[in-house]
Design a binder for this molecule. Sequence first.
Ligand SMILES: NC(=O)C1=CN([C@@H]2O[C@H](COP(=O)(O)OP(=O)(O)OC[C@H]3O[C@@H](n4cnc5c(N)ncnc54)[C@H](OP(=O)(O)O)[C@@H]3O)[C@@H](O)[C@H]2O)C=CC1
Ligand SMILES: O=C(CO)COP(=O)(O)O
Length: 335
Amino acid sequence: MTAHIAVLGGGSFGTVIANIMAENGYPVRQWLRDESTAIAMNQQHENKRYLPGYQLSEQLTASTDMHWVIAGAEAVFVSIPSSSFRQVVQQAKPWLTTEQLLISTTKGVEASSFKLMSQILQEELPGGRIGVLSGPNLAKEIAQGHITASVIASDDPALCERVQHILCSKSFRAYASTDVYGVELGGTLKNIYAIASGLSAALGVGENTKSMLITRSLAEMSRFAVAKGANPMTFLGLSGIGDLIVTCTSPLSRNYRVGFALGQGKNLDDAVAELGEVAEGVNTLKEVRQQASEHDIYMPLVMGLFEVVFNHAPVKQVIANMMGNQPNVDVDFAV
Ligand SMILES: NC(=O)C1=CN([C@@H]2O[C@H](COP(=O)(O)OP(=O)(O)OC[C@H]3O[C@@H](n4cnc5c(N)ncnc54)[C@H](OP(=O)(O)O)[C@@H]3O)[C@@H](O)[C@H]2O)C=CC1
Ligand SMILES: O=C(CO)COP(=O)(O)O
C-alpha cells in the first residue's frame, strides 16, 4: 500500500500542493484547524475560502486530527504562515519522525530571531530529513492549471529526488538544489520587493521604472545574501529572480496587493485586513531592515519602504531622497 503524504495548513498553497500530489495518485491527508472547513472540504471537494471553484481530488482528505494526518506519512509538507510556523511544528512534534521527509513551503522569517523555516525545523526535529519548496508559484495560477516550476532544496539528494517524483505532473515541475539557505532566502526576501512593486504600480510608474525596481531589488537581495553568507548565484534561479518577477508583476500576489493598497493611500492595517490572507513581506520588511541596520548592509529600497509602510513617510519624498543617492556599480557580484 502506498504511504500517504501529509500537508499541514489549509490555505491556498497548502491546498494546491496537496491536490497536485493527490492527483498524482498519492493518498493525501491535509491538516487544518477548523473542523467545519475540513468537513465542507471533504463533502464538496473544494476549499471555498481560499480556492473557490478549484476541484479537489477524492484522494485528498482534510482533517483536524493531527495524529491521523502525520503518523505513518512518508512526507510532511508544512504550509503554515511564518507567524505560527514554530507553534504548529511543536504541535506536530509528537508524531514526526526523523525518517519522514519534512518540507517547508513557507516564505517568511521568524519575528525577532531572524530564523528561516528550515532552521526552525532543524531546531525542533534535530536529525530530521529537511527540505524547502520555493519558486514562482502563485497558488491561484497553479489551481488554474498554468504550467509552473518550483525548486526543492535539501542537502539530502534522496529527499529532492523523491519530492520531484511526488510533485511532478503534466503542469508542475520541481527542479533540485542543494542550497537550502539560498533558495529559502530568495523566496523570503522577494516579498518585500513585491510590496514596493505594488506600491509603485498604484502610483502609475512607467515600464522603465518597473524594470529598474526589479533589477535593483535583485542587487539589494544579493548584497544581503552575501552579508549573510549565502551564495547570490542561487538568486539567478527560479527561487530567486523567478519568484521576484512573478510577485513583483502579478496582482495575484498578496504582497503586491498590499503594496498597491498602500499606494492608493490606504493604511497598513486596512490593506492587510482587506486581503484576508497572509502577506509575509510586511514582517520580513521589518526584520530585514533591522538586520540591515545592525550589520550595516546598504539596502536603500528596504529603508525607504520601511519609512513609507511603518512611519507614514510621503512616498514622493522617499523616492526623491533615493534619487539623490550616488548610483553605484550595476552588478556587484560578477564571476
Ligand atoms: N499562496 C501562494 O501563492 C503561495 C504561498 N506560499 C507560502 O506558503 C505559506 C502559507 O501560505 P498560504 O497557504 O498561501 O496562506 P493563506 O493565507 O492562504 O492560508 C494560511 C493558512 O494557515 C492557517 N493557519 C494560520 N495560522 C495557523 C495556526 N496557528 N494553526 C493552524 N493553522 C494556521 C490558516 O488557517 P485559517 O484559515 O483557519 O486561518 C490557513 O489555512 C506562506 O508562507 C506563503 O508565503 C508559497 C508559495 C505560493
Ligand atoms: O510566493 C508566492 C508566489 O511564488 C506568493 O506570493 P504572495 O504571498 O505575495 O501571494
